[in-house]
Design a protein around this ligand. Sequence first.
Ligand code: ZN
Length: 293
Amino acid sequence: MSYRCWVAALGIWALMVAAATAAPPLKALIVDGQNNHYWKQTTPLLKQQLEQTGLFSVDVATSPPKGQDMSGFRPDFAAYDVVVSNYGGGGDPWPEETKKALEDYMEAGGGLVIYHSANNAFPEWKQYNQMIAVGGWGGRNEKDGPYVRWRDGKVVFDMTPGPGGSHGPQHEFQLVVRRPDHPITKGLPEVFMHSADELYNRLRGPAKNLTVLATAFSPKDKSGTGEHEPMLMTIRYGKGRVFHTVLGHAPKQLKSVAFIVTFQRGAQWAATGKVTQKVPDDFPGPDKPSVRE
Ligand code: ZN
């Protein structure tokens, strides 16, 4: 081999090493610390699922426990491409500066993922409720906005008075894609099965700048509404993008490929507005859930 060939080979090798060791392009921050759910168990799984895409490096910001001094809880949202909230129902309010920092971050074009019971958090925080579009519990009712349902091929805002947030016993259910043209849902089967989970119903909130990507039918014989309820949503807040998934009650449900893939795609979309991930071969169809052990 000539000297030139050796130099070229060395150059290629150096490029390969650089590519293999390069930091993932996106930075994600998972926020947790208070939640009436298994946040200590689910945060490591969410972190792992983001890292498995090869797209994200992930940090975690954990608040003080309930009832403790929150004044020092100041995550640097602006340093991240996407913030994933695993801060849930019953959580103490954040300091005003921290709330304002999230609002400013989102106004300026940030990314936010609302995971399951994060939509139970902060019933009194007006801007947060605009970010999540709909939420449950925490005294939410008709004062907070409509129920959001899918009827006759479109989103319907239902102002019937009543409490916001409910679910029946866990069961397997199908998700039906309503916006197959969206980057998050593009290429997914129109109907796919999720493993046994809480099927949130009767969520309500301001529901502004909301796109419903997928719904699930909430059967009355499972303490449901007899309505198609929103399961996967996007919301525009200022220049920011929100992906809201109501799926994933506990570690068990985070093994569902329907959860994993929509979460990974939703996080990339919230961070960048695009999705480059391929739909994996183990993605479920309409008949039975797919689970990764
Ligand atoms: Zn739950």
